[in-house]
Design a protein around this ligand. Structure first.
Ligand code: ZN
Ligand code: ZN
Length: 481
């Protein structure tokens, strides 16, 4: 059974879905006003790992990810997402496009990058602007239940009233995190500073790119309401897993819970909340103003494969802060290439991808293979300990008792969780045959153990086959002569 850390109960728990055999999952996706940073991608990779891990456990997974294309204001930098400027309209003014143009451009880029990182597509990328009706309906239900009130700039959720009815607000966060102290711009009309906008009115006399008619007048949805409305529409009043970045834990997610549970009764909206930790750059904060808010495009422009970035994410536990640096990137890129090279050097045809996991296994494994499979599975099940799972893969490739066929079968199956495209040959030069790559790898091993004479002899053999090797401090380059 897969065990994960549930931010709601603050402990590691087995995932037991509501329906047998099927997991309903929602991930808080991007606000499509710019390119996601590598910090954002870390969260989406976490969501992907959960999905892949559940699949090898034999679960069917229904997964939805939202795309926020309206209503997310800049104020959350100050601790209040209902204030400030609309992120999309701001980007539109800067890039001389409409808010719709911005959402389309960055939305398409997001889906494209999603593929590059080999993330399993959800059933649906659901856009906030495609669900205005659902959001209005939900706000009306909240209003009818007595948890909403109107002030000059919008309809707000009444946190104190919610608590009065015996609910707990802010279960996910430590209470001091949601004190309004840090907020610069205080809306004095709010009954309680924790109250948040469900619907915002268009400013009088101004025409927004994105605005809709509503029972309360022209306006647009608050940021939080979309996730409740879309999650409830596609996954029901209760779902199993909700994944998001750590930054959503103190406000966005408590607000999602309050909105949803205020109309569905006290049954928990989400049973397992998962949060990915921050990503630091060079040991410090990442920020647009610091010039280090790197995107996937920056990684690719510097010559690294998106798969190497994925490997970087796998090497750090999702609950620990991860430090990104370009030196680190270089290191993991080499580790990734080495793993892939060793895998592709296995002298067997591909196609050892028949399932070896759980009660849906299609093949019978030898005792030694089963041992390594179980090691791998227990690392994954242990709150997604991916660095341990990678270590099992490396051990398998070096094992002296497994044959090439068994190694390939194991690691190709492990890659169903890693998602590192190990079996795809596109990233090694296509004109180097596997037989030669194997000799190259064997020679590298010899050099590591200082068997100079043997490694030289092997180099001559490789040259006789028509290939030249150049040694670098961090690896080798193979070329056709
Ligand atoms: Zn969320
Ligand atoms: Zn959300």
């Amino acid at each position: 059974m897969l065990k994960i850390y549930n931010s709601l109960t603050k402990q590691v728990e087995e995932i037991r879905p509501l329906q047998p055999g099927k997991v309903e999952m929602y991930t808080c996706g991007p606000t499509v006003y710019s390119y996601p940073t590598i910090g954002n991608w870390r969260t989406y990779v976490l969501s992907d790992l959960v999905l892949r891990a559940l699949r090898i456990e034999g679960f069917e997974v229904d997964s939805v990810m939202n795309m926020t294309d309206v209503g997310h204001l800049t104020g959350d930098n100050l601790g209040d997402a209902d204030t400030g400027e609309d992120r999309l309209e701001k980007a539109a003014a800067k890039e001389k496009k409409t808010a719709w143009g911005i959402a389309k451009y960055y939305g398409e880029d997001f889906v494209d990058s999603f593929g590059k990182l080999n993330l399993v597509k959800p059933l649906l990328f659901s856009k906030a602007t495609d669900h205005i009706k659902e959001q209005i309906d939900l706000v009306q239900r909240i209003e009818k239940a007595g948890f909403a009130y109107r002030i000059a700039d919008g309809i707000y959720f009444d946190v104190a009233e919610y608590e009065k009815k015996g609910n707990i607000y802010g279960k996910l966060s430590n209470l001091e995190e949601i004190k309004p102290g840090a907020r610069v711009e205080i809306n004095t009309e709010k009954r309680d500073q924790r109250d948040f906008a469900l619907w915002k009115f268009s400013p009088a006399g101004a025409k927004r790119d994105m605005e809709w008619e509503s029972p309360w007048g022209m306006g647009f949805p608050g940021w939080h309401i979309e996730c409740s409305a879309m999650s409830m529409k596609y996954l029901g009043d209760q779902l199993d897993i909700h994944v998001g970045g750590e930054d959503l834990k103190s406000t966005h997610h408590p607000n999602e819970i309050a909105q949803s549970e205020s109309v569905t009764g006290k049954k928990p909206f989400v049973r397992y909340w998962m949060h990915g930790a921050f990503l630091l750059v060079d040991g410090g904060r990442m920020g647009k103003s610091l010039g280090n808010a790197y995107t996937l495009h920056d990684i690719i422009e510097k010559g690294y494969s998106p798969m190497a970035l994925r490997y970087y994410y796998l090497s750090a536990h999702y609950r620990k802060q991860m430090n990104f640096s370009w030196e680190g990137m270089e290191g993991v890129s080499n580790s990734y290439k080495k793993l892939k090279k060793e895998f592709l050097a296995l002298r067997v045809e591909g196609g050892q991808d028949k399932n070896i996991f759980g009660n849906k296994a299609e093949v019978e494994l030898s005792g030694r293979e089963a041992f390594f499979r179980d090691e791998f599975v227990s690392a994954v099940e242990d709150d997604l300990n991916m660095s341990a799972a990678l270590a099992v893969a490396r051990t398998v490739l070096k094992d002296e008792k497994l044959n090439s066929f068994e190694k390939r079968r194991l690691v190709e199956n492990f890659d169903k969780v890693f998602g590192l495209k190990l079996a795809e040959r596109d990233e090694v030069p296509a004109d180097i045959p596997a037989e030669v790559m194997e000799m190259v790898n064997k020679r590298e091993e010899m050099r590591k153990t200082k068997q100079w004479a043997e490694s030289d002899a092997l180099r001559k053999e490789i040259e006789a086959k028509g290939y030249k090797i150049s040694d670098f401090f961090d690896g080798v380059k193979v070329e056709k002569i």
